[in-house]
Design a protein around this ligand. Sequence first.
Ligand SMILES: [Zn+2]
Length: 218
Amino acid sequence: MNKHIIFTLLILSCGLQAKEKTAAQIKRSLAAKLRQYKNVITRAIKRDAAKRPYGKLSKKNQTFIRNVLRTLKMDKKIKVKSHKEYCHAMVFGNVLSVNEALFDQLTDEEKKFIIAHEAMHYILEHCEYKTCYEWTGHGSSSGYNGFSRALEKEADLQAAKRLKCAKGGVKFFQRLKRMWGCSYWNKKDKNKNRCTYDPEHPTFDERLGYLKPIAAKQ
Ligand SMILES: [Zn+2]
């Protein structure tokens, strides 16, 4: 590769990095969006939450999840339930729910990581209890006050550091990579047999990239 090409690539990558908003910038614009559309978003979450076919969690999972939330002082603020959608965990309004068939396949340290990740979205003020909407483990979070790559990274890092569960995060994203056979959240595109890019979550490889060094020290 000649110098000119390398220089151009450098400029291009700087340009791309500059476009990526920081977590603080996104939180500010999210707060503004929430102020502006608060009633609409709250009504939509309430309406959709009422339609969700939540189930009761098994005693075992309820105890596990409550214990993780308690260490973060969040057990009184978040309700826990089960869902049938094909994703490991999600928050919707003030409800944190898991797909027990998928959740039960995880190791305890992976479970701890994903519950802490979800709780971090509230703790780090990525959302409010009435307006929170996110999926973890499979789906994308494009609705309401959907999350973004920078916020996902912030939730991953803080969950890993505060509960010392980076190893669980590494195992979880390695598992998802095997599960989907690619480095993105979404299912493979049925027609084109390729992974669909989800702009709202970092790729599994990116998440493994920043979690592995933390895991090595824990
Ligand atoms: Zn998330």
